[in-house]
Design a protein around this ligand. Structure first.
Ligand code: HEM
Ligand SMILES: *[C@@H]1O[C@H](CO)[C@@H](O)[C@H](O)[C@H]1NC(C)=O
Ligand SMILES: *[C@@H]1O[C@H](CO)[C@@H](O)[C@H](O)[C@H]1NC(C)=O
Length: 323
């Protein structure tokens, strides 16, 4: 036992130097069932609704970009703050909250007050990628949960789909993420869907001149117009990756090269006149293994944004409310 605790302490020292106080084996003894519980809830949820994998991956992103990965995104409205769920990028769009609730309820039964909601989001994102055919990575753990939500920051920090490449780069830089992270993490759009409101501007008025985005491939453009009329149908949805909507692979990048990326923010990685992002799109389109490797690295990096550790934050009992 002494040897074991020494080994764990050492592992902690080693990984905490890279991961801001987080380390992968945190629940090895305090909640050894955690991984299995999360995986089993996800298997069922994703079998019922394959899109759920995408929705859970996105939840972690929208959590981390707002005051760090602290499960602030999961909090409902309260008298003390307005929820991030009401913010522009999230409203009528974020989903998966019930699945997180289900995981949390099971974990509270088996190992109460142990696994934070922020860690659940990080693990659910990883497992969702794995269950969709993507890479596996070790998730550093030990995030604590915030005691409030940040509505204004959710509006300010989460990139809009019509962002220019410069805006994307600067919003990622603000989180300590570089162009490599931006391109690799955008590859998350290999699964899931977007609503008409998220891409309408490209079809009808890309530059305020009432013309479509010239980079859109013709037949794809026509298909999109039938899904997304000039007005109405705001919530009509279409896959971000039309080649394999539920499969985590590199087809997102291949489609970009064909003019078949759905969002402006996808397209500009290639055509936004930044050499570095353009090169990376081509590399990932050609080589899925390189994409998987960088995606895993960038997910760990994103998951380490300003975690609340030690006595900061709390372990929520219910992910929707502070204790
Ligand atoms: C680079 C800047 C990004 C922008 C501008 C962006 C924007 C969007 C938008 C507008 C949607 C569709 C929302 C809707 O219409 O309801 C979406 C969906 C999605 N995003 Fe992003 N995103 C970005 C980066 C990321 C990152 C870094 C991840 C994860 C690592 C991610 C994961 C997803 C997933 C999986 C979906 C589909 C969700 C679902 O089907 O429920 N996105 N994104
Ligand atoms: C949260 O509060 C806002 C107003 O501050 C309100 O518009 C919204 O409907 C509330 N959402 C929920 C889920 O109660
Ligand atoms: C993006 O869309 C928003 C809201 O629809 C609009 O106010 C803004 O001007 C657009 N930005 C660009 C760069 O087109």
């Amino acid at each position: 036992m002494l040897f074991l605790s020494c080994a764990i302490f050492q592992a902690f020292l080693v990984s905490s130097s890279n991961n801001g106080g987080l380390f992968p084996d945190l629940y090895q003894f305090s909640c050894p069932e955690a991984n299995e519980i999360i995986m089993s809830v996800l298997e069922e949820a994703i079998a019922k609704d394959p899109r759920m994998a995408a929705s859970l991956l996105r939840l972690h992103f929208h959590d981390c970009f707002v005051q760090g990965c602290d499960a602030s995104v999961l909090l409902d409205n309260s008298s003390a703050f307005k929820s991030e769920k009401e913010a522009g990028p999230n409203k009528n769009s974020l989903r998966g909250f019930e699945v997180i609730d289900q995981i949390k309820a099971k974990l509270e039964q088996v190992c109460p007050h142990t696994v934070s909601c922020a860690d659940i989001l990080a693990l659910a994102a990883r497992d969702s990628v794995v269950l969709s055919g993507g890479p596996y990575w070790e998730v550093p753990l030990g995030r604590r949960d915030s005691k409030r939500a940040y509505f204004n920051k959710a509006n300010a920090n989460i990139p809009a789909p019509n962002s220019t490449i410069q805006t994307l780069i600067s919003l990622f830089n603000r989180q300590g993420l570089n162009e490599k992270d931006l391109v690799a993490l955008s590859g998350a759009h290999t699964i899931g869907v977007a609503r008409c409101v998220s891409f309408r501007q490209r079809l009808y008025n890309q530059k305020g001149n009432h013309l479509p985005d010239a980079t859109l491939e013709k037949t794809y453009y026509n298909d999109l117009k039938s899904i997304c009329p000039t007005s109405g149908g705001d919530n009509n949805i279409t896959p971000l990756d039309i080649a394999s909507p539920n499969r985590f692979d590199n087809s997102y990048f291949k489609l970009l090269l064909l003019g078949k990326g759905l969002l402006n923010s996808d397209e500009v990685l290639l055509t936004g006149k930044v050499k570095k992002t353009k090169q990376l799109v081509k590399i990932y389109a050609e080589n899925e293994a390189i994409f998987f490797h960088q995606f895993s690295k960038s997910m760990v990096k994103m998951g380490n944004i300003s975690p609340l550790t030690e006595l900061k934050g709390e372990i929520r009992k219910n992910c929707r409310r502070v204790n």
